[in-house]
Design a protein around this ligand. Structure first.
Ligand code: FAD
Length: 474
């Protein structure tokens, strides 16, 4: 499947039917779905990483970096919710993931390490490849980066970093997320120059065990960083700062709750929605039911609500509801949460609402204005971690392909500048707002289109729908 790297000059233009840019979860699931469909197709997946199906999230090597949902919630098969549970059961039966034995819960309720989830995706891809080969389809993994794309009369042409060119009938941007900690261009504060990458386990391990660690950002990325520090034997104080100082709630297994939004189709504005959600949560609590039950019914409505909203309503959501949504909806897996609670209890971890005003990289000092204060103060640490999450605005990402696509007018920013604009079926809109019909996107680049477009379930659904579309059109 993987093709040898030649590194030689100007090879001939090679041809494919579908070229997928990015072989993380999105690109891999798309390839998997395409391979299963009838018809012979040449699929090329360009991904610099050595393994497909992993991307940032599922390349994790720490066992404590787990999925944030249990196996029952994280199937990559949109029509088979038990697929991951069955795969996991078989993996455990073969002696895999022995550490799970300490957890006395059914397999469906286990929160697998993300690295293991990557293996699950890879094995499902390998099975699809056998089906595809029987249909005459092929899949090639080209280990490189696409640095430019042009649309032609007959399709698209991609230029890779090593100079090679591929021509295909259609191309799909499955380029995933651009971590804020690595987007140099937009970074005026100097934070990235001074801070460590939260997913660079080796860099976190290299910190002295008694280091006073400052972390900017208090979401799930911060919980990953705590896990890595803990594994590295860190014993020093950890100070977390974020604008609202909100921590992710822990994910529990709430019971079912009536889908109240399907009964109230007129409920549209973010503030109305929030009011009703709070009312439902209060109702649940009155009945002794977990408040997470009503909240979990909202998920299936998000794409509809966001795509139907006006720009003003979307802005209202981002300004007033987003921090609350992030901490309540993007919840922490139990293992990460237990660590967080232990550190808080021990007094080693403090979390404060503060906005960052500047960085003095020489002395590892950050300038913070605490919430409710007018004066900023300097805070000094021995280590600094940027856990501010993801940069969704492609205009601020210092990478060749986003830059080229914008320059060529092949893409335009999505709603509120989040990701890129596309039609409901994933065809990317050009600078004039016209769907190009040869260039598609899926996953995190469609954040502006659907708001929630990154989780396993979002990506799995999109992969299946897009594969069906591509199979008809190409
Ligand atoms: C740390 C982390 C943990 C997460 N945990 C969960 C979770 O527990 N549950 C959940 O539901 N979701 C989770 N997510 C969200 C979601 O599942 C992932 O973001 C998912 O990996 C998205 O897949 P992707 O392929 O679109 O993006 P990515 O995983 O970012 O992969 C994109 C790939 O594209 C490649 N690429 C980019 N540009 C180019 C180019 N120009 N040429 C060639 N290749 C390129 C990159 O090398 C990368 O491998 C997590 C995300 C992160 C970052």
């Amino acid at each position: 499947m993987s093709e040898p790297q030649t590194g030689q000059a100007t090879p001939a233009i090679r041809e494919a039917d579908v070229l997928i840019v990015g072989g993380g979860l999105s690109g891999t699931l798309l390839a998997m779905q395409l391979l299963r469909l009838p018809g012979a197709r040449r699929i090329v997946l360009v991904e610099p990483r050595p393994e497909l199906g992993r991307g940032e999230a599922y390349s994790a090597t720490e066992l404590g970096h787990t999925l944030n949902g249990n196996a029952a919630r994280m199937s990559i098969e949109p029509d088979d919710a038990d697929d991951l549970t069955r795969w996991l059961q078989a993996h455990l039966d073969e002696g895999g993931w022995p550490e799970s034995g300490t957890q006395d819960v059914p397999v469906s309720e286990l929160f697998p390490p993300r690295g293991l989830f990557g293996l699950y995706t890879q094995q499902r891809l390998a099975q699809a490849l056998i089906i595809g080969q029987a249909n005459g389809s092929s899949l090639i993994h080209v280990r490189d980066e696409v640095i430019d794309l042009q649309t032609l009369q007959q399709g698209v042409r991609a230029t890779l970093k090593d100079g090679a060119q591929w021509q295909a009938a259609a191309a799909v941007l499955a380029t995933g997320m651009f971590p804020a900690a690595r987007t140099a261009q937009r970074e005026s504060s100097g934070l990235n120059a001074a801070a460590l990458d939260p997913w660079n386990v080796d860099a976190l391990r290299a910190l002295p065990t008694d280091a006073r660690v400052l972390i900017i950002g208090s979401g799930l990325t911060m919980v990953d960083a705590l896990e890595s520090l803990s594994q590295a034997g860190h014993r020093g104080p950890i100070e977390v700062y974020s604008r609202h100082g909100l921590l992710p709630h822990v994910r529990r297994q709430p019971p079912a709750w009536e889908d109240f939004l399907s009964l109230a189709p007129d409920l549209r504005s973010p503030l109305q929605l929030l009011r009703e959600l709070r009312r439902q949560c209060a109702l649940a609590l009155e009945q002794g039911i977990d408040w997470q039950a009503p909240l979990d019914t909202v998920r299936v409505h998000i794409a509809r609500l966001w795509s139907q909203a006006s720009d003003a309503q979307r802005r209202q959501f981002v300004r007033h509801v987003r921090p609350w949504w992030e901490s309540h909806h993007h919840r922490s897996p139990p293992q990460g949460n237990a660590l967080l609670e232990r550190l808080l209890k021990e007094g080693r971890l403090t979390v404060r609402a503060a906005s960052m005003q500047g960085v003095d990289s020489a002395g590892l000092r950050i300038r913070l204005r605490y919430r409710g204060q007018t004066e900023a103060v300097w805070v000094e640490g021995d280590g600094l971690i940027n856990s501010t999450g993801i940069e969704y605005d492609w205009r601020r990402v210092d990478k060749a392909l986003p830059r080229q696509l914008l320059q060529r007018g092949l893409i335009r920013p999505g709603n509120l500048g989040l990701g890129i604009a596309a039609d409901a079926g994933g065809a990317v809109l050009n600078a004039d707002g016209e769907p190009g019909q040869k260039l598609f996107a899926m996953g995190p680049p469609l954040r502006g289109m659907w708001w929630e477009s990154t989780a396993v379930t979002d990506v799995a659904l999109q992969a299946k729908a897009l594969a069906n579309r591509l199979a008809v059109e190409f």
